[in-house]
Ligand binder design. Structure first.
Ligand code: KG4
Ligand code: ZN
Length: 369
């Protein structure tokens, strides 16, 4: 089955064509340069850029896939969560496409896309989970989505059977990265910049510990691990953010330039975040001895240190980790097409074929999982 997918939930205009789990055409047009000077995503700028870029991106994706409109079986699009006026652009385009070409239409939750993104295969069919593998053998599973707007720990009974075990009570992990980067005057988006600063520190100075779980003993700035003993599987990053604010103020009072401490600070911030995730992941694994695999997705797994820490923990419990290659960690339409394809196969997709039903679908900017 060939699926044409669109995601315009935030600041990436993304289009993909899939053949089963294989991504045969993929275009991700990032708007980072447009938003950079404002220090974050500006909704109006995002909408206008999506409007301008989407038709070109669609053309390019079809060309790369070597297919035409008539080859498509189904249109998949993100309807939430995300920026309302940005979601609207992709949704309208997908609806008109499905109606004018008489295609099936499925609207998807963006977070389900991130959660399942590890099942994507490249054009040649390679990926973490082989094309020939029976996906039923992967479940039950645990999954985590860490992105700019979500920090979710989920139990997956199978495709479409999800139980939210824990979530952030305030900021998402990616949001904490972006906000702390702003405090440090490092620019936007914060995640990649903080990572590159941490890398500078770690390359120069050997890390004083092998396992992130011993970082507290050696920490220089003593950043807090929020919610460590909360007794549940929820997360919170506002405390860490406030602690960073005070710590940075103090450091600036005593040092001549930020350069004296900022690289190590970034490194330690990553460890504080990583540790906070590992504590909950380990509790969830222990409480769910029936699980077979661990799904991982979202922009923050682009952080090689955090990804590495999670992979080590998950594998130490004998679990296979299912996570996407670099291109599909941040926002992309391929994961949206994948989620639709898997749900169709599982007979759990809400497939619309009728013009009126398709027209009635609306964006849901605040959509829980
Ligand atoms: O999944 P995503 O593209 O969008 C949402 O659905 O939110 O995630 C974007 C988030 C941003 O907050 C960004 O700072 C973070 O992912 N991010 C990173 C890294 N690369 C992107 N966070 C930490 N380290 C990175 N290397
Ligand atoms: Zn996302």
């Amino acid at each position: 089955m060939k699926i044409f997918a669109i995601d315009t939930s935030c600041d990436e205009t993304s289009v993909a064509i899939l053949n089963g789990r294989r991504v045969i055409g993929n275009v991700i047009s990032s708007q980072i340069d447009l938003h950079k000077k404002w220090g974050g995503v500006v909704p109006d700028i995002a909408r206008n850029a999506h409007k301008e870029t989407l038709p070109k991106a669609v053309k390019q994706a079809f060309k790369r896939a070597g297919v035409t409109e008539k080859d498509i079986d189904c249109v998949a699009v993100t309807y939430g969560p995300g920026l309302a006026i940005a979601l609207e652009v992709g949704l309208q385009y997908a609806k008109s496409f499905a109606i004018s070409y008489g295609k099936k239409f499925v609207a998807v939750n963006h977070i389900e896309g991130h959660l399942l993104s590890g099942l994507l295969l490249n054009r040649k069919g390679s990926g973490i989970i082989k094309e020939s593998e029976n996906l039923h053998s992967l479940f039950p599973a645990l999954g985590m989505v860490i992105s700019g707007s979500h920090t979710d720990l989920v139990k997956l009974g199978c495709i479409d059977k999800y139980e939210l075990l824990g979530e952030t009570l305030d900021d998402a992990v990616g949001e904490a990265f972006d906000k702390v980067a702003r405090m440090l005057n490092l620019g936007y988006p914060g995640g990649p910049i903080i990572t590159s600063f941490a890398e500078k520190f770690r390359k120069k100075n050997k890390r004083k510990y092998f396992d992130v779980r011993s970082f507290k003993r050696f920490a220089t700035f003593k950043l807090p691990v929020t919610m460590e003993r909360s007794g549940d599987l929820n997360f919170s990053y506002s405390g860490l953010k406030t602690a960073c604010l005070y710590k940075i103020k103090k450091l600036r009072e005593s040092a001549v330039t930020d350069k004296e401490w900022v690289y190590e600070f970034c490194s330690e911030f990553i460890d504080a975040v990583s540790y906070s995730l590992l504590v909950k992941i380990e509790s969830a694994i222990k409480a769910n001895p029936d699980i077979k695999t661990f799904f991982l997705g979202g922009g923050v797994i682009s952080n090689k240190y955090i990804l590495g820490d999670i992979l080590r923990l998950v594998r130490s419990h004998g679990l296979k980790a299912i996570y996407p290659e670099k291109t599909f960690r941040t926002d992309n339409a391929a994961m949206i097409g994948l989620a639709v394809g898997l749900n169709i196969e599982n007979k759990s997709a809400c497939v619309l074929e009728n013009k009126e039903e398709i027209s009635d679908i609306e964006r849901v900017p605040v959509l829980s999982f």
